[in-house]
Design a protein around this ligand. Structure first.
Ligand SMILES: Nc1ncnc2c1ncn2[C@@H]1O[C@H](COP(=O)(O)OP(=O)(O)OP(=O)(O)O)[C@@H](O)[C@H]1O
Ligand SMILES: [Mg+2]
Length: 316
């Protein structure tokens, strides 16, 4: 694995607020990485520092291929959370203009712009004014603009959050293609979007990295067997369930056996147990229910999802 970007102990303070608080991570060349976190976690602040638009309070970013002065802006293509365009320009003119701002000659910028409007699927509208574009088209234009100088790393801040479901799918499909050609870092607060696209995930919360790694590894390592139980609408069965869960939590009685259950949650007549050993836990549960003549309507074995993990990591 070659690291394209190493972020070391990066911190940004706004007055007394530490928006980003000593984060470390590595972006491997060719990977697609999601920076995932709830509102206010520090995603935009992190991305703006990487894009060179915001100076860090402390810490470093080491870019493979950066010049002697550590100058890495030209290696990055950046799509902001809320891009603003000159609505009176045409899409094509805007991409050419962005290319020239990045140091391309007029001819180079035109050549690249022509390819890119094609690539992102707005060639048919490239001669129209941006003011007439839909949200999805503007986001595609934003991508063309970010890619015009052939950056090594494409950095996007919430690239699909503002779009309607159709625009969202269009842009996700496009990103799925683009990530084959370039290294990508994008932020999102939606786990689903991270799962749909990325190889690696960095979950941040209150400016700190809460969890990071390859999404497959996290999924495999953190997946726990779950037993879901549903009882009939019966007062004494529900009372038994409440008591059973209380006992698990207290671990007073049968402590050694009940430690089969790692967590237990009850929602009225339903419960969900994270367990270590499905067979043993299931047997114990069924035995207890039979003994107490509990009216079961459903018992189901499954696995905790990445969503459960995400909620746990960001909600703790
Ligand atoms: N210019 C600023 N001045 C003061 N505080 C700021 C500034 N920019 C961000 N913050 C604070 O830093 C924290 C992180 O903000 P940031 O915008 O990076 O979060 P985010 O993860 O991008 O959130 P969202 O999902 O809402 O876009 C927040 O508490 C925010 O209020
Ligand atoms: Mg943000």
């Amino acid at each position: 694995m070659t690291a394209l970007l190493e972020v070391k102990d990066l911190t940004k303070a706004f007055g007394t607020v530490k928006a980003v608080d000593g984060i470390h991570f590595t972006i491997a060349e060719g990977h697609c990485v999601a920076l995932l976190g709830p509102n206010g976690a520090g995603k935009t602040t992190t991305i703006r520092m990487i894009a060179g638009l915001l100076k860090q309070t402390s810490g470093q970013m080491v870019f493979k291929g950066a010049g002697n002065r550590g100058e890495h802006r030209e290696l990055i293509g950046y799509l902001p959370q809320t891009p603003s365009f000159h609505n009176w320009m045409t899409g094509f003119e805007f991409v050419v203009y962005a290319g020239q701002l990045c140091g391309l000659t007029s001819a180079e910028a035109k050549k690249s712009a022509k390819e890119l409007v094609e690539r992102v699927g707005i060639a048919g509208a490239a001669k129209r004014r941006i003011g007439s574009y839909s949200g999805g088209m503007k986001q595609r234009l934003g991508l063309a603009q970010a890619l015009v100088h052939r950056p090594k790393l494409l950095v996007m801040d919430e690239p699909v959050s503002a779009l309607d479901p159709i625009g969202r799918r269009e842009v996700l499909d496009l990103l799925r293609e683009l990530k084959r050609e370039t290294t990508v870092l994008f932020s999102t607060h939606v786990l689903h979007d991270a799962e749909a696209l990325c190889d690696d995930v960095i979950i941040i919360r209150e400016g700190k990295v809460a969890l990071q790694g390859a999404i497959e590894t996290i999924r495999d390592e953190r997946r726990k067997p779950i037993i879901n139980l549903q009882l009939e609408n019966d007062e004494s069965s529900r009372q038994w369930l409440a008591l059973f869960i209380q006992t698990i939590r207290d671990e007073k009685r049968l402590a050694n056996q009940l430690s089969l259950f790692e967590t237990a949650e009850q929602h009225e007549g339903a419960a969900s147990f994270a367990v270590k050993d499905v067979d043993a836990a299931r047997q114990l549960l069924i035995g207890e229910m039979a003994r107490n003549q509990i009216k079961i309507s459903k018992l189901e074995v499954g696995h905790s999802s990445l969503e459960d993990l995400f909620m746990k990591v960001v909600g703790e």
